[in-house]
Ligand binder design. Structure first.
Ligand code: NAG
Ligand code: NAG
Ligand code: NAG
Ligand code: NAG
Ligand code: NAG
Ligand code: ZN
Ligand code: ZN
Length: 411
């Protein structure tokens, strides 16, 4: 009985998938050559073999192209934010809403940067940590992330920092410190995490404790810091000083004092900590920052709690958090944020935010591209191809079936 029920369930599911693929083809004119490489080889499924070959990303990204999407409101400065990716760079094979891979994200970011520039805006990419643990792509290698980190780092971030999942295992911290930190150079910052080098000296887990830079398009002067929450589980090589202590330390207050006398048009805090109202550390930090930057817009980016969130911190400051596992690319824009004339009701007039689902429908829509051919960039395709190769090597393209009749299908 159960077997028959399972077969029927499967056939219905397969039928729905095929119908959906066909509807994409007709409704949106998605390139036929992609459809011919369709994800599931049904003839393999039917005889109940123990392993089903599927073609992973590049070939299996079919979200609902009929879904209505709201447009982004591009601003004077714009952000794409990722956090807590935990190695999901292949996309979610079983969840078409999140089926884009890291190559698609790279193509998307490239197009959006161009679109914002055409409209006179800057675009900054921010990542707030936790690249490891949670997906075979990271977890099947030693050290964890050996193959996934190079894929991740094909994306050009402007501000990037460390999460607690970079700090549990010594080999992982070493690998991050020695490869990802130099890859991003002065864009990799950490204000409260340190790393014990082989020579016995502590170094900042990043190029610097802060980044002060000027944006490409509008030449905004940005002062950015980065904090990990009060984390105690790190390996012997890492040292985390809690925010509650940092805000009392002389070097930190001196740094704020120094920059409060420089030109700073925007303060950006990249935090691996939740932006929730009940997370006291953000407010402890904010109270001190406001003393030095009373009239400057302060933008927090958060993470760690794996949710999409948004918090109004005060009338010139918000916290933004963009989910987890490559399900979400957070978009946030600020308009007229340097002009005091617009500060009165800034929270309601100057900010737009969207949580973009990780799929090609969203990415193509917000890139203003109507064909996958126009959407793909050389670098994005290269990332996708490398991912596909790695996933084959690690056998991530095979679905493992359980022969126990009490188990349901995994499709
Ligand atoms: C699907 O699998 C069958 C059985 O192994 C094989 O003969 C066929 O060529 C495959 N089709 C595609 C499109 O890969
Ligand atoms: C931004 O300022 C311009 C004029 O400088 C104004 O036309 C526009 O409406 C403002 N936009 C917002 C969202 O405040
Ligand atoms: C989107 O693309 C179309 C066609 O290429 C173009 O006419 C339009 O101006 C673009 N829109 C934006 C906002 O760039
Ligand atoms: C479909 O893809 C092929 C090969 O990648 C390309 O030559 C062709 O222009 C594409 N067609 C469209 C409509 O994007
Ligand atoms: C993927 O693997 C194939 C076959 O081994 C190889 O020819 C190709 O260069 C690889 N592509 C990338 C992007 O690594
Ligand atoms: Zn996480
Ligand atoms: Zn975390």
């Amino acid at each position: 009985m159960l077997l028959i029920a399972q077969v029927v369930t499967f056939l219905v599911a397969a039928y729905l998938i095929i119908i959906d693929l066909k509807s994409i083809d007709t409704k949106k004119g998605i390139n036929d050559s992609i459809l011919q490489d369709t994800a599931l080889n049904i003839s393999h499924l039917l005889p109940f073999t123990s392993v089903i070959e599927t073609k992973q990303q590049l070939h299996s990204k079919f979200p609902n192209f009929n879904e209505k999407l709201r447009d982004l409101r591009l601003g004077d400065i714009n952000f794409l934010h990722t956090t807590d990716t935990h190695g999901w760079y292949l996309g979610h094979l079983n969840q078409r809403q999140y089926s884009s891979d890291w190559g698609d994200f790279i193509s998307f970011a490239t197009h959006l940067k161009q679109l914002t520039a055409e409209q006179g805006g800057d675009l900054l990419l921010v990542d707030t940590g936790d690249k490891h643990d949670g997906n075979g792509l990271t977890d099947l290698t030693t050290p964890n992330g050996f193959l996934s980190n190079p894929i991740f780092s094909m994306a050009d971030y402007d501000i990037i920092t460390v999460g607690n999942h970079e700090l549990y295992v010594e080999e992982v911290s070493k690998f991050e410190f020695e490869t990802i930190v130099p890859r991003y150079g002065d864009k990799f910052i950490s204000t409260n995490v340190e790393y014990l080098k082989d020579d016995g000296e502590y170094a900042i887990f990043g190029a610097s404790k802060y980044r002060y830079f000027e944006t490409d398009v509008n030449h905004y002067k940005v002062f950015s810091l980065s904090f990990l929450f009060d984390f105690h589980g790190g390996n012997r090589r890492v040292r985390v000083t809690p925010i509650s202590e940092i805000i009392k330390q002389k070097w930190f207050l001196d740094l704020l004092d120094e920059f409060s006398h420089k030109e700073v048009e925007l303060v950006v805090i990249a935090g691996h900590l939740p932006v929730a109202h009940n997370w006291e550390e953000m407010y402890q930090l904010h109270n001190v920052l406001r003393e030095y930057f009373p009239d400057t817009y302060i933008q927090y980016f958060g993470g760690h709690s794996h949710v999409r969130d948004f918090t109004i911190v005060d009338e010139l400051s918000t916290g933004f958090q963009s989910g987890r596992y490559c399900e979400t690319v957070g978009f946030l824009s600020l308009t007229n944020f340097t002009d005091a004339k617009y500060h009165d009701d800034f929270i309601h007039t100057g900010i737009d935010r969207k949580y973009i689902d990780f799929n090609i429908h969203s990415f193509m829509h917000h890139s203003n591209k109507s064909s996958i051919h126009d959407f793909n960039t050389e670098k994005g395709l290269k990332a996708s191809k490398e991912l596909y190769n790695i996933s084959k090597d690690l056998k991530l393209t095979e679905i493992q079936f359980c022969h126990n009749w009490n188990q349901n299908f995994v499709i």
